[in-house]
Write a protein that binds this ligand. Structure first.
Ligand code: SF4
Length: 381
């Protein structure tokens, strides 16, 4: 499990190593076709800042080689804002007095149909807070069953599950799971996640292992930028990615670096602010480090910045997102988890991407692949 591997990596030494990188380390990393985590550290270090243009060109080249000019589009649907956790940076935390909503199955279907009216979305991400009593595995299975006729690629971003639960949901059409670690700083993790299931660092950090064991096709990972030293957190993410690729090599991976935005409770302000330039540097570094990983940007990022980065390394984007449950049809005025920056419609995002010479992709997975994958799994049992 990755938690064991992580014990061998010191947070403090990693931070020191990143800040001790020099120009030669950056040049060496840029000259390599295949980069190590140590090279990645050089590319995200302050020493690489003068090489941003060179990094952008390299990132563009690798992205074109692997992904062509495509940009995969997806949309999230929040099924509930009910949560038993107390993440200090989130408006949905358990002690926040607010109206909690759990979509009924009928409401879900209305949302699915409303989303299809926004654009030809085929990639749907179902999101919940963490409250298994009201939105547990059976609830998710039903949500997937109902979504299947409308969408060809179904992902979830929910509480970490057991391996057998992930496997069970794949039988209901699940294709991918996203679970952000938020921060890999074991010592300080509980400052941000003091109570509830999410306070268990090991359970969360090992969730991708359990997804890999269950044969989930696509695993999404991320660090929440704003909690701890971002360079160290994304280096841990790079270690995690390499570890998973080695152990679950058939799986597709995606990474995301959401920058914290003000929560509705307005209590928590980010400890660390990442500038646009730094996010660009990180995106280029990740692409140079891993030519195949999907790099995903959400609507947390402003439209102009998303458009700029769309050509230079990003391969997946959300569009027209609502971050409150039932935001497309049932409860458009509910409290949102975070405020989006890019408020363009899906059609406007599509047009902007085409204007940049890119090819927006609404569908990049077909449910018949699920049948093949499930058939393979059954044969292997
Ligand atoms: S970040 Fe997720 S788990 Fe934490 S309080 Fe918000 S909804 Fe709950």
């Amino acid at each position: 499990m990755f938690s064991e591997y992580l014990k061998s990596i010191s947070w403090e030494e990693t931070t020191r190593a990143i800040y001790s990188k020099r120009e030669d380390d950056v040049k060496r990393a840029l000259s390599r076709r295949s980069c190590s985590v140590d090279d990645f550290m050089a590319l995200i270090s302050p020493a690489a800042e003068p090489y941003l243009e060179e990094m952008a060109q390299l990132s563009l080249r690798y992205t074109r080689e692997r992904f062509g000019k495509t940009m995969s589009l997806f949309i999230p649907l929040y099924l509930t804002n009910s949560c038993t956790n107390s993440c200090v940076y989130c408006g949905f935390h358990v002690s926040n007095r607010m109206k909690r909503t759990v979509l009924t199955f009928e409401e879900m279907e209305n949302e699915y149909r409303a989303i299809k009216r926004l654009g030809p979305f085929e990639n749907l991400l179902l999101v919940t807070g963490e409250n298994p009593a009201v939105a547990g595995v059976e609830y998710l299975a039903r949500a997937l069953d109902l979504a299947k006729p409308h969408f060809s690629n179904l992902k979830i971003e929910v509480m970490p599950l057991k391996s057998e639960e992930y496997a069970y949901l794949t039988e209901h059409g699940l294709n991918g799971v996203i679970c952000f670690q938020e921060t890999y700083n074991r010592e300080r993790y509980n400052i941000y996640h003091p109570r509830g299931m999410k306070s268990n660092f090991e359970w969360r950090v090992n969730a991708p292992d359990r997804m890999g064991q269950a044969g989930v096709h696509s695993i999404g990972m991320g660090a929440l930028i704003g909690l701890e030293e971002w360079r160290t957190d994304v280096t841990m993410l790079a270690y995690h990615l390499r570890y998973l690729q080695k152990h679950y090599w058939k799986t597709k991976y995606s990474v995301n670096f959401p920058r914290m935005r003000p929560a509705e409770n307005e209590g928590f302000q980010p400890n660390v602010v990442m500038t646009d330039k730094e996010l660009a540097q990180l995106t280029f570094a990740m692409r140079i480090f891993d030519h195949d990983v999907d790099i995903s940007y959400s609507t947390r990022e402003p439209a102009a910045f998303r458009d700029n980065m769309a050509r230079l390394g990003v391969t997946t984007m959300s569009a027209e997102s609502k971050t409150e449950p039932g935001g497309y049809f049932s409860y458009p005025q509910a409290l949102e988890q975070f405020h989006v920056s890019d408020e363009r419609t899906a059609v406007e995002v599509e047009a902007a991407l085409r204007g940049l010479g890119l090819e927006p992709v609404w569908k990049d997975w077909d449910s018949s692949f699920d049948m093949i994958a499930n058939g393979e799994k059954r044969q292997n049992i």
